[in-house]
Design a binder for this molecule. Structure first.
Ligand SMILES: Cc1cc2nc3c(=O)[nH]c(=O)nc-3n(C[C@H](O)[C@H](O)[C@H](O)COP(=O)(O)O)c2cc1C
Length: 335
């Protein structure tokens, strides 16, 4: 399939403007956060993992997680669930609410509250059901993707490779591989070379996740044959990671996104916060802002004071006023 836009490429059956994507992040990749990073240049954004079984109740919270048609940039819907039937039912219900560009199955979440229900990374041990899940989604006319983790090393790559081969044979158009084992959870380092070796084994079919904190990390994955790279905690620590990586890839990126001033950074957070409060409420937005603030002004004089002042805020007007103070102080170079 060729892309309609000559500057775009087809990855995993979706037309994207960049191979640098926003990862699924529970409690973080809200509609507001997705739109923010799409404007920053992410080629595709993810919903957080949404329970396929929970979709049958379709309450207000679930609707909020799904977002709406107003999101014009490519969005992948990530679902988690215990079996193929609930996966297919969940996808049907979600697509009844809005359009998505790809359907993705979570086979990566290592947290017991997910794995003990037979979902997430527990599927790595149930390859037949995992393959059935992929097959059950292929009838919706959208590319089907799976996000998985590398399996523990047992002297060879055979485990992960065989599992991946099965998913591709069942109809998966792209596999997004996190280079940590389930037992590592989010600790230790991601094995980038194992992800690269899978990419060499399955050309054009592997996107990478794990320890992407600087543009060079993404370039390392792409140079190794991965077709896309997911920004996860890196995008939380540094809101400008995606544009800086796009610039390193030789894509035209405005200077205010590659070399933002302190004022630019503060203004970007204010705009994200305002939108978040309007769309998702104050509590979730304050929690997200605190996570982002841990790295937002890193390396700048006064960063710790701003972080502490924001941490002490109990409501958005307080945080906005601290950030406005930072934006107004632009005449005093902080760097
Ligand atoms: C707070 C948090 C929430 C996450 N939520 C999801 C999720 O909903 N679905 C998923 O597939 N992975 C999820 N992940 C995993 C990330 O998408 C990513 O694969 C992982 O963080 C590795 O990338 P990193 O080392 O660059 O952070 C989450 C990670 C974090 C830290």
């Amino acid at each position: 399939m060729t892309p309609k836009n000559p500057d775009a490429t087809m990855i995993g059956g979706v037309e994207v403007s960049s191979p640098i994507w926003l990862a699924p992040l529970a409690g973080v990749t809200t509609r507001t956060f997705r739109s923010f990073h799409a404007r920053m240049g992410a080629g595709l954004v993810h919903t957080e993992m949404i329970s396929a079984v929970g979709l049958t109740y379709m309450n207000k919270k679930t609707r909020r997680l799904l977002g709406d048609e107003g999101e014009s940039d490519p969005v992948a819907l990530q679902l988690f669930g215990p079996d193929a039937d609930s996966m297919a039912r969940g996808a049907e219900l979600a697509l009844g609410e809005r359009r998505f560009d790809a359907l993705e199955i979570n086979m990566a979440c290592p947290m017991p509250k997910v794995t003990k229900r037979g979902a997430g990374a527990s599927l790595l041990g149930r390859p037949d059901e995992a393959r059935r899940m992929v097959s059950s989604l292929t009838g919706f006319g959208l590319p089907v993707w799976a996000k998985l983790r590398v399996t523990p090393r047992n002297g060879s790559e055979a485990g992960t490779e065989e599992f991946a081969r099965g998913l591709l044979a069942a109809g998966a158009a792209l596999l997004l591989v996190h280079g940590r084992t389930p037992a590592q959870r989010y600790e230790g380092t991601a094995d980038k070379d194992r992800v690269r070796s899978l990419a060499a084994r399955f050309p054009g079919l592997i996107a990478a996740s794990g320890d992407y904190y600087a543009p060079q990390d993404a370039l390392y994955y792409l140079d190794g044959g991965c077709v896309a790279v997911l920004a996860a905690r890196g995008a939380l620590r540094d809101a400008y990671l995606i544009p800086r990586t796009n610039a390193a890839l030789g894509r035209g990126v405005p200077e205010r996104l590659t070399d933002p001033t302190v004022a630019d950074r503060a203004m970007a957070l204010i705009s994200l916060g305002r939108q978040g409060v309007a769309d998702e409420g104050e509590r979730l937005t304050l929690a997200l802002m605190r996570r982002m603030l841990s790295g937002a002004f890193k390396g700048y004089y006064g960063a710790a004071a701003v972080r502490n002042a924001c941490a002490a805020c109990r409501d958005w007007p307080c945080m906005e006023s601290v950030l406005s103070g930072v934006a107004d102080a632009q005449c005093a170079p902080l760097r």
